[in-house]
Design a protein around this ligand. Structure first.
Ligand code: ATP
Length: 598
């Protein structure tokens, strides 16, 4: 019930007065629908086509009097014209009301979609580290579509309830006793079928769960399709897929079984009740044939509404798990929000004069565990110098970079920028001044030009080629079939690993950063291209702050300082020359290993 109220409140907040207009339209449409059919029969009797007593048909004295007074005016064409006019009016209003309902439904979904995507984009990095990405796609597509469908049912339910009340009103005027009987029967059946609503909720929850599993699975499988193919893992993935599909199928069939059981029960009970009414009307209540006919018409229109109400309730209840998944995700994102309206205002970059300092910085990915990814880090990264971070795999190099970029916050200790603590207000100016090239660089399914211009939409051709030349990619880009306008596929899949790295490097340079962070950014390059890039980076020394993570130590010879990390701690710090002479240190050991390998 709490869910329902929360949902209605949200719907009202988005749709506002349109919801009320929709509600009023529904009442008018139902009302006209009601009078159209009920007046046709009495009017046909007035003009003598049906031989029925008008007072029996309309047991409301003033209304039957008005009808009788029209007897001289009406004829068959005018009665039929009036009927057609009422139907046209009703159909026109119905059409507008249907469009309005759709506008409300789509407006609500658009708002939910926007709020969810925006809250995701504004959440901090650690939120993404802890969550599965496929969950976001699943919620933004499948679950939102389910909420949309559910909203349609909510509006339909409102229409059904209003229609039912109006029809009950008409029926009551015609025969109070019979209407009360119908209502009691309707209510009894609704109470009797209540357990179906609970079951619908369980099936809805299961449906959310299964579609999440399905979405996560297929996302993972297609991300790892090369591994699947090359390691002959197709069979196990097909088995998994088949098992999930079977579960989804059986869950959906169970829901339809439940829903059709409701409809079946309503149909049977309708037939039994009609028979019972006819019997009661003639044998006990002494209702006239005319009234009975109208009551049957009312009943045949009213009863399907009871069925549709019950059916809509089942669909709506099963939709709530999807709505809950959407709102839960929004709330989690809000709790992890780092980008606020205030932050959007900061568009300028931060100019660092002195350098970045870490003071006793510690960090854990999971605060419930003892293991620290970084422990008591003290270091200084001078502005416009080149700092290299080295260490074995898992030593904490990338985590340190994330802390320096303000992507994650230190659990203990502080980061100082030119001796001022890194505050949340400084995060965005800091990031605006950084160009970051990751180990696994990201490129969009677009042309090279579009991938480059993403960071500077006003860049000229000359600037693009300058950036490409810097990253030693101008030659290979010229040789591509469509040159710089070649589409490079999902994540740049149509390029080699080294080519991808070079394009991302060109993009990083095009941004004109004051801090360039290269996280194993040249690991996939051949020696010739790596040398070219190394030379280009050396030219930049003194102009911008460069932070490089490198496993290949030959690439960091020209660094101003080298930071050596081991198990989340800084164990050595100094110039390349100095560290290579510390024979007991890890750095000289790493140098030794690499000399052996080469
Ligand atoms: N998302 C995460 N959740 C939990 N632990 C993590 C996460 N990312 C990294 N870690 C842990 O933090 C430690 C440091 O990882 P980090 O990626 O910083 O190492 P690294 O030195 O960059 O390694 P590599 O050279 O292999 O990239 C590792 O023990 C790793 O298991």
């Amino acid at each position: 019930m709490g869910n329902m109220l929360y949902y209605i409140r949200k719907l009202y907040l988005v749709a506002g007065y349109k919801l009320i207009i929709n509600f009023i339209s529904m009442i008018i449409v139902s009302f006209i629908d009601g009078i159209g059919i009920y007046l046709l029969l009495p009017m046909l009797s007035i003009i003598g086509i049906l031989k029925m007593d008008i007072h029996n048909m309309i047991p409301i004295p003033w209304l039957s009097k008005i009808m009788m007074s029209l007897s001289g005016v009406l004829n068959l064409p005018s009665v039929l014209a009036f009927y057609i006019f009422v139907v046209i009016l009703q159909a026109l209003l119905q059409r507008n009301q249907t469009i309005l309902s759709m506008k409300i439904q789509q407006g609500f979904i658009r708002k939910l979609r926007w709020d969810t995507y925006r809250s995701l984009i504004e959440a901090n990095w650690i939120f993404f580290v802890k969550k599965r990405r496929a969950e976001f796609s699943h919620i933004l597509t499948t679950e939102l579509a389910r909420v949309g469908q559910g909203t349609n049912f909510v509006l339909q339910l409102a229409a059904s309830v209003i229609f039912t009340f109006i029809q009950i009103g008409f029926a009551f005027l015609l025969s109070a006793k019979l209407t009360v009987l119908i209502l009691i029967c309707g209510l009894a059946i609704f109470v009797f079928m209540r357990k179906n609503v609970k079951r619908a909720k369980t099936l809805g929850d299961r449906s959310s769960e299964l579609s999440q599993v399905y979405f996560n699975g297929i996302t993972e499988h297609f991300n790892g399709i090369k591994d699947i193919k090359s390691n002959r893992l197709e069979k196990s993935h097909l088995d998994w897929f088949q098992s999930v599909c079977n579960q989804i199928q059986s869950n959906a069939v169970n829901f339809v079984k439940l829903n059709s059981k409701t409809q079946f029960f309503h149909k049977i009970s309708a037939a039994v009740l009609v028979a019972l009414f006819i019997f009661l009307s003639f044998e006990i209540l002494g209702v006239s044939a005319e009234q009975l006919m109208l009551i049957i018409i009312i009943f045949s229109r009213l009863w399907p509404r009871f069925t549709s109400i019950q059916s809509s309730v089942e669909y709506i209840v099963s939709m709530f798990s999807a709505f809950q998944a959407v709102t839960n995700l929004q709330n989690q994102c809000k709790a992890a929000r780092e980008l606020t309206a205030q932050n959007y205002k900061f568009t300028e970059s931060l100019i660092i004069e002195d350098g970045i300092r870490c003071n006793q910085v510690s960090f854990r990915y999971n605060e419930d565990e003892k293991v620290y990814a970084l422990k008591d880090i003290n270091l200084f990264i001078p502005a416009r110098g080149m700092t290299a971070i080295v260490g074995k795999s898992g030593a904490g190099k990338s985590t340190l970079i994330d802390i320096l970029m303000g992507l994650i916050q230190a659990e203990q200790g502080e980061i100082l920028i030119d001796n001022d603590p890194l505050t949340s207000e400084m995060l965005f100016p800091l990031r605006s001044s950084i160009s970051y090239v990751a180990q696994d660089p990201f490129l969009f399914h677009a042309s090279i030009r579009e991938n480059l211009m993403m960071v500077d939409p006003s860049a000229s051709d000359e600037q693009l080629w300058e950036a490409l030349a810097f990253s030693a990619s101008d030659d290979f880009v010229r040789r591509l079939p469509q040159g710089i306008d070649t589409i490079i596929g999902d994540r740049g899949v149509r390029l080699s690993g080294g080519e991808r790295q070079r394009i991302v490097l060109a993009r990083a340079i095009l941004r004109k950063p004051s801090i360039l962070v290269l996280d194993e950014a040249t690991s996939a390059l051949d020696s010739e291209n790596e040398k070219k890039i190394q030379e280009a980076i050396e030219h930049m020394k003194g102009k911008l702050t460069i932070i490089v993570i490198a496993h290949r130590l030959s690439t960091i010879r020209s660094a101003d300082q080298v930071i050596v990390m081991e198990h989340g701690q800084v164990t050595q710090q100094g110039s390349y020359q100095k560290l290579s002479q510390e024979s007991k240190g890890l750095f000289s050991k790493l140098l030794g290993y690499q000399a052996e390998v080469s």
